[in-house]
Design a protein around this ligand. Structure first.
Ligand SMILES: NC(=O)c1ccc[n+]([C@@H]2O[C@H](COP(=O)([O-])OP(=O)(O)OC[C@H]3O[C@@H](n4cnc5c(N)ncnc54)[C@H](O)[C@@H]3O)[C@@H](O)[C@H]2O)c1
Length: 385
């Protein structure tokens, strides 16, 4: 416990967790990632888990039993029914549903006046993201998007390097990556079916690759996208020796790529894969007028880095490379994601991962899907909210 509170102090000078003032929390969607939310909430001294729901009957009840938490209300037929239960007096919800249910659950929760921690990706389409942002604004509540790599000291370092001016003006970014074989089906098909996930590799790991670099350069607005998404492995029954029937269910994407023009003259070149016939399609790189940064790829793109960052500069006419050692992150990233969300909700301070930025991440993912369907470049139009 002490380490979480220390991390909290480091991020918020004046912060002291008031454990007398408990936050009343509920979980919407009690699947795999909800386990990580619960594990972190249970470490917080100022949280009371009071309710949870899942579309699958009995799943929420079994979930809380597994976590050894008693007295949690779970007898709801839908998230709407739970949100309408005024006896709960909810402060916060974690939305841990599959992607297609992110927008309705986040919007309904905000409309009910509840602070929301929404899992990544923000949603599926740009139109949904706009509606989520409108609901956030109308509610005056906190909406944070679940990008826990933001709390990784290496991710912070990438942003610090850009902000230090060492790279000069950034004009080109390459990002993405993927897995040689890594379609996520160990717990069923909610990640690969269009009706539940909406986006495949693009939404699952593509959003992390984008956030890593876009957050570092201050989230410039995307202006145009030309993109492609496709299925090259997921529809092959041989890919799943134990579940050949998954091949027919695979209706999202296992590969996606895009070329994006952004405000400030920055070009973004992006690709992501759940499966591919190579170890990596390349490291992430940020090119600036005074320096370049290499962010080594990993074999499981999930928002971590694959080795030390390398900063390339010309010093007194000599081409140099500086190795930035991998930084330890002494606190759990998930714990920080939960703690900073609670902190913002309690104090009415800005969300740690702001939807007003992540809408640009979503606009790129959604823009790739639209451009791919149309077969040409599209302009990204985001209304004033
Ligand atoms: N941050 C991370 O590290 C991380 C890791 C894995 C997954 N995720 C994200 O978390 C989300 C869920 O992933 P998962 O692996 O837990 O999926 P999952 O399929 O295991 O669980 C989702 C659950 O939500 C339930 N659900 C869907 N709509 C609902 C609704 N309206 N009301 C109540 N319950 C509803 C489903 O029945 C299911 O039990 C995805 O969006 C995924 O991208 C994040």
């Amino acid at each position: 416990m002490a380490n979480i509170l220390d991390a909290y102090k480091e991020n918020h000078d004046e912060a002291v967790v008031d454990s007398n003032r408990k936050m009343r929390v509920a979980i919407i969607g009690c699947g795999w990632i909800a386990d990580a939310h619960m594990a972190s909430y249970l470490k917080q001294p100022d949280v009371e888990i009071v309710a949870g729901c899942d579309l699958i009957p009995g799943k929420a009840e079994a979930f809380f039993k597994k976590h050894g938490v008693e007295g949690v209300k779970t007898d709801y037929a839908s998230h709407k029914e739970m949100l309408a239960d005024k006896s709960l007096n909810l402060d916060c919800v974690s939305v841990c549903t599959y992607n297609r249910q992110h927008a309705p659950c986040a919007i309904d929760s905000l409309n009910a006046g509840i602070n929301v921690l929404l899992e990544k990706p923000m949603c599926v389409t740009l139109e949904e993201a706009v509606e989520i942002l409108k609901a956030e604004k109308a509610s005056g509540k906190v909406l944070s998007i679940g990008f826990q790599p933001r709390f990784d000291n290496n991710m912070k370092m990438i942003k610090k390097i850009v902000e230090s001016g060492e790279l000069g003006d950034v004009y080109y970014i390459q990002t993405g990556g993927g897995r040689r074989r890594g379609i996520p089906t160990p717990f069923g098909t909610t990640f690969i079916e269009d009706k539940t996930a909406g986006l495949g590799a693009l939404g699952d790991i593509g959003c992390y690759a984008l956030d890593c670099v876009l957050n570092a350069v201050g989230y410039p607005k995307p202006l145009t996208v030309t993109g492609h998404k496709g299925i090259y492995f997921g529809n092959d029954p041989a890919y799943y020796p134990n579940h050949p029937e998954y091949a027919e269910k695979f209706t999202t994407d296992d590969f996606g790529c895009g070329f994006v023009r952004m405000e400030g003259g920055i070009i973004l070149d992006f690709r992501i894969a759940w499966a591919m016939n190579i170890d990596t399609p390349g490291d992430s790189i940020i090119l600036g007028t005074k320096g370049g940064l290499r962010i080594p790829s990993t074999d499981c793109w999930n928002g971590s880095i694959g080795g030390p960052l390398v900063l390339y500069k010309e010093v007194a006419g000599i081409q140099t490379e500086t190795i930035i050692p991998v930084q330890d992150t002494p606190y759990g990233l998930f714990d920080m994601k939960i703690r900073t969300f609670l902190d913002a909700s309690k104090n009415g301070t800005p969300a740690p991962v702001q939807a007003s930025q992540i809408i640009y991440n979503q606009a790129i993912l959604s823009g790739i899907a639209t451009s791919s369907a149309l077969g040409h470049e599209i302009e990204i139009e985001i209304p004033e909210i």
